[in-house]
Design a protein around this ligand. Structure first.
Ligand code: ZN
Length: 467
């Protein structure tokens, strides 16, 4: 029988989760004045207070604060089993912005429960994580299931690319000790009927491209036909990096061969679930999708290089658009990169493609932020067995393994820092969970299932460390 039920979760965690849901603790990228506003601090203190109310034989709850950085909540639960290795359980408490108008009856910072689902910004990405990690450990101790030394680390800069995490990992290196297992509770799920383990993540490039032709806007009746349009030059530059007809990213540095094992994985996922990627997207009727098959779409989402234009500047809203030849056009380019592509090298290739031999000698500026993708290190046999048991115990279903199309920068960074550590990246972000979109939703039964799966994995880790 699973260690935790939905009733336990509701009794011990739900009120605090709902209080957290009401705090607009946006990540620093979306709230430059986060320190003055104090929301991140309020969320951190809320979770720290809740953590201190939990029952453990030997626990330390500390909020770490490095100057000028977002805080990190560290809850250290000392081992009840033999062995000296540490398991780190990772989550984050900072949030994405609301993004737009939420559907009727829903608000980003006023949580609403419908059935066993809670709607609010940050509940699933990634507010549930602190609760899942600590409830799992508390349930282990309450049920006499031995666990190793566990450090629950909840950071507050993840949605900005985790710029503060490395400094804390330096500070905490000694405290973390002999890390042998990392459980990341910030990833996705394809369904709510099993534990999903992430096998790969794509990397990304965030590129701001500006093309400038004039010092100030001019009447289009006088300047057009003489001064080249900054938008037209921008289109030509974009054609160097993306095939405008197929959407294929053209630069060799941004592409790779897909290893056979991942092609096979995509094939078996498509076989079991059909066109699962297409079905969960809110496409308009009649839209022809990219990709030739369900398997192809799974691969396209996890292993293909892609370009999305996610923002534009220098262009007025339609209602106030005058007949002006505008001085400049800015586009924000968001590339997703295959898991094994070197993001820094890819960024240099993009910069070079966009800045060499610029049409009409227009002024071009390019800013690049790069984040590597990630491949799970091969699972040791004990962990493969543990994940199987974890999903079967918690969900009565074998686990699923899949790549994710998104990017979690700190995983690549942790992978480099701890090359011999076993990783489990999992999460509750399944269909309609809408992380980063409107109407974010946490499926409470999924949160409970993931919590129970953590119990099984940590139990197996302790057994393996003892033997
Ligand atoms: Zn997240």
């Amino acid at each position: 029988m699973p260690a935790l039920s939905l009733i336990d979760f509701e009794r011990d965690a739900l009120d605090t989760l709902l209080t957290y849901a009401a705090i607009p603790c946006l990540s620093p990228d979306y709230d430059a004045q986060w320190a003055e506003h104090g929301y991140i601090d309020a969320a951190t203190e809320l979770l720290a207070t809740w953590a201190r109310e939990r029952t453990f034989a030997n626990v330390d709850v500390t909020v770490h604060r490095l100057k000028g950085r977002t805080p990190v909540l560290v809850v250290t639960v000392e081992a009840t089993a033999a062995g000296t290795a540490t398991a780190v359980l990772y989550g984050h408490l900072d949030k994405q912005p609301p993004l737009g108008d939420w559907s009727d009856g829903l608000e980003p910072f006023t949580p609403v429960r419908r059935g066993d689902r809670v709607y609010a910004r940050g509940v699933a990405d990634d507010g549930y994580s602190a609760f899942a990690a600590l409830l799992a450990l508390e349930a282990m101790e309450a049920n006499g299931i031995a666990h190793s030394r566990c450090v629950v680390l909840i950071e507050a800069s993840e949605e900005s690319g985790s710029p503060d995490l490395e400094a804390y990992l330096d500070e905490l290196a000694e405290h973390l000790g002999d890390v042998a297992l990392m459980i990341c509770l910030d990833s996705g799920a394809l369904t709510y009927d099993r534990l999903w383990v992430t096998t790969s993540l794509r990397g990304m490039l965030h590129v701001q491209l500006t093309v400038k032709v004039l010092t100030q806007g001019q009447h289009s009746g006088s300047a057009s036909g003489v001064v080249p349009s900054s938008f037209r030059i921008l289109r030509q530059l974009l054609d160097r990096v993306e095939d405008a007809h197929t959407g294929a990213v053209l630069l060799e540095e941004l592409n790779c061969e897909i290893p056979d094992v991942y092609v096979d994985d995509a094939n078996s996922l498509a076989h079991e679930f059909g066109d699962i990627i297409a079905e969960e997207l809110p496409t308009l009727p009649g839209l022809e999708l990219m990709g030739s098959s369900a398997q192809d779409r799974i691969l396209r989402r996890t292993w293909f290089s892609t370009l999305s234009i996610v923002g534009m500047g220098g262009i007025p809203e339609p209602a106030i658009a005058g007949n002006v030849l505008r001085p400049s056009t800015t586009a924000v380019l968001s590339f997703r990169l295959p898991p094994t592509v070197d993001a820094i090298r890819a960024g240099e290739a993009v910069r070079s493609a966009l800045t060499r031999d610029v049409p009409s000698s227009a002024e071009v500026s390019v800013d690049v932020i790069a984040a590597d993708g990630w491949l799970t290190p091969p699972l040791e046999p004990w962990l493969t067995t543990a994940l199987d048991a974890a999903s079967n115990d918690a969900f009565a279903h074998a686990p699923g393994f899949t790549g994710e199309g998104g990017t979690i920068p700190f995983l690549a960074f942790l992978g480099r820092r701890y090359p011999h550590v076993q990783f489990v990246a999992t999460g509750v972000l399944g269909p309609l969970s809408n992380a980063h979109a409107i109407d974010e939703m946490l499926d409470l039964n999924m949160a409970v299932g993931v919590t129970n799966a953590v119990v099984t994995v940590l139990g197996a880790f302790a057994n393996q460390e003892e033997s």
